[in-house]
Write a protein that binds this ligand. Structure first.
Ligand code: F6P
Length: 547
């Protein structure tokens, strides 16, 4: 089998390999000491976001070499192809035109026109529900909206709805249900009144098992409560690229809002898939979110590579993944309202770039997408930050902080920010053995105790991080932040020569899930399945003889 090698693709590869050697002796602390301008040198701003990437294992030369990789990959051409709507998703033979979803000017392309029409229709629905003119089957107004969807039809809207909590209009309560585990839906339904509940069935394909089953259960709940079949239209709206399937499912055609093949599920929160966001914060704020993303799109399209914020984010992860042996990245938002950002980015990054073949189908011999994880600060400090400070893995970190909070507890916002900065500072400077010994001596420990304790108190330091600074978490800065990550993911995909817009890896599990379900239903377990799978199915069957 012939493998695809990045070392064959980029002539600058040997120089990068040689260049990485300096990091065996060079420290970040020394680089900061040698260059008081380092922070300004390695900072870039766009669309209300400042990226300070000075605390990374890079020098001006590293950046030049990485930019040369970008040139040899024709990243600028690839950005143009994406934005022009060329078929960058080769295996599905489609464009990836999520940028058309946040075009706020007068529509000129067919895609922009379709988006504008759909948003206008959506605006009418939001207004009707918010004003109370949309009535449920008993004539009551809607108080609760439930988004039923999973993956891209859940994570983005759920994350943004929480992130924009200070902008909630509180005209309706917005809820999310994703899991096939009936516990999630039934726990929620127990708190709701069917007469005043509206379900949004969000599914691009309208064939996703979880969403269909939850929607069926929600429909049964409505009927059991006394809603007549012909009144279901007052309680169900769908968002899908398969209008036919939504109608066949029983949703009134006028209640189906389209999305299109040229929008990937994990890039769809800007479309009618984001309807739950608009229910929470209103159309004006939804449009502000779109405008923030559009500003970042403009920057991605126009800024030179060396000043391009998403490109820099992508180049850094390329450097860590391909040359520094890192397989993971932590996302640490120091903002409670961004608590769901890490799980949203897990899908965006890992479903996009977790691939093993190149765009033309050759197996790769190099690492692709990193494992992305994280949680809100400061919670992580009392949990996994131990490993970040003293563990043996190289984990590049994105710290995300806001200069201004929204609440009245200003002193807590100051403490939050101080913690964020202190974490990146501690990771950078560390604490040497000498320092640990001096501190212990000052605390009155004996020589013997110091010899034992000091090594445990050493922080190696020299650990890399970015800080993304937002003036405040507003719809605009949030939109720009999400778009920056979308474009970072594309940048990485181009550099790694992979298709960031398909997700074939999720298919096998879905298929086998169906087969296993049939085996359980029929108790006919194929004898040639592995003994572990057979055993687990048998155990389930004997525990559930009533199914
Ligand atoms: O299973 C993966 C996936 O296909 C995601 O890519 C997608 O966001 C999610 O399922 C939900 O898909 P749909 O919107 O079609 O229900």
């Amino acid at each position: 089998m012939s493998y695809s090698k990045l070392s064959d693709r980029y002539t600058v590869w040997p120089q990068l390999e040689q260049h990485r050697e300096i990091w065996k002796s060079q420290t970040l602390a020394q680089l900061f000491a040698d260059d008081t301008n380092r922070c300004a040198r390695f900072s870039v701003s766009a669309a209300g976001i400042e990226l300070d990437y000075s605390k990374n294992h890079i020098t001006t030369e590293t950046l030049q070499l990485l930019l040369e990789v970008a040139r040899q990959a024709d990243l600028s051409g690839a950005i143009k192809r994406l934005l022009k709507g060329e078929h960058v998703n080769g295996t599905e033979d489609r464009p990836a035109l999520h940028t058309a979803l946040r075009h706020t000017g007068a529509p000129t392309t067919p895609e922009q026109k379709a988006v504008a029409e759909t948003l206008a229709k959506m605006s009418g629905l939001i207004e009707a529900v918010h004003s109370g003119s949309w009535k449920g089957y008993t004539g009551e107004k809607i108080t609760d909206v439930v988004n039923i969807g999973i993956g891209g039809s859940d994570l983005g809207p759920r994350m943004v709805a929480k992130a924009l909590t200070p902008y909630h209009l509180n005209k309706v309560n917005v809820h999310f249900v994703a899991n096939i585990d009936g516990a999630e839906l039934s726990d929620l339904l127990a708190k709701l009144n069917p007469a005043s509940t509206l379900f949004l069935v969000a599914s691009k394909s309208f064939s996703t098992q979880e969403t269909r089953e939850n929607a069926l259960s929600a429909r049964a709940w409505m009927l059991e409560a006394g809603c007549a079949q012909q009144d279901l239209a007052k309680h169900f709206v769908a968002i899908s690229s398969r209008v036919d399937k939504a109608v066949e499912f029983g949703i009134a055609e006028e209640n189906v809002y389209p999305i299109w093949d040229w929008v990937g599920g994990r890039y769809s929160l800007w479309s009618a898939i984001g309807m739950s966001i608009a229910f929470a914060v209103g159309m004006d704020n939804f449009n502000r979110l779109r405008a923030g993303a559009e500003a970042m799109d403009k920057h991605f399209a126009e800024a030179p590579l060396e000043k391009n914020l998403p490109v820099i984010l992508g180049l850094l992860m390329f450097w860590y993944g391909e040359f520094m042996g890192s397989t993971t990245q932590a996302i640490l938002p120091y903002a409670h309202h961004l608590a769901l950002l890490p799980s949203y980015l897990q899908q965006l990054e890992m479903e996009s770039n977790g691939k093993s073949v190149t765009r033309d189908g050759k197996p790769v011999d190099y690492p692709t997408g990193a494992i992305v994880w994280g949680t809100e600060g400061t919670n992580g400090q009392h949990s996994f930050h131990q490993l970040l400070h003293q563990g043996t893995s190289l984990v590049p970190i994105d710290f995300i902080a806001t200069l201004k909070g929204h609440d009245n507890l200003k002193h807590q916002h100051r403490l939050l920010f101080a913690n964020c900065v202190a974490q990146s500072q501690a990771l950078l400077t560390g604490r040497s053995l000498e320092m640990a010994k001096t501190e212990l001596k000052a605390q009155g420990f004996s020589d013997e105790e110091i010899a034992f304790l000091a090594p445990h108190k050493v922080h190696p330091g020299n650990r890399p991080s970015n800080t993304l600074l937002l003036e405040q978490l507003t719809p605009e800065t949030l939109g720009a932040l999400i778009a920056a990550y979308e474009h970072k993911v594309y940048t990485l995909g181009v550099l790694l020569d992979i298709n960031s817009f398909d997700q074939w890896g999720v298919e096998l599990g879905k298929l086998l899930g169906t087969h296993v379900n049939i085996a359980i239903e029929t108790t006919d377990i194929p004898g040639d399945w592995d003994s572990s799978t057979q055993h687990l199915i048998r155990k389930f069957c004997s525990a559930n003889t009533d199914l």
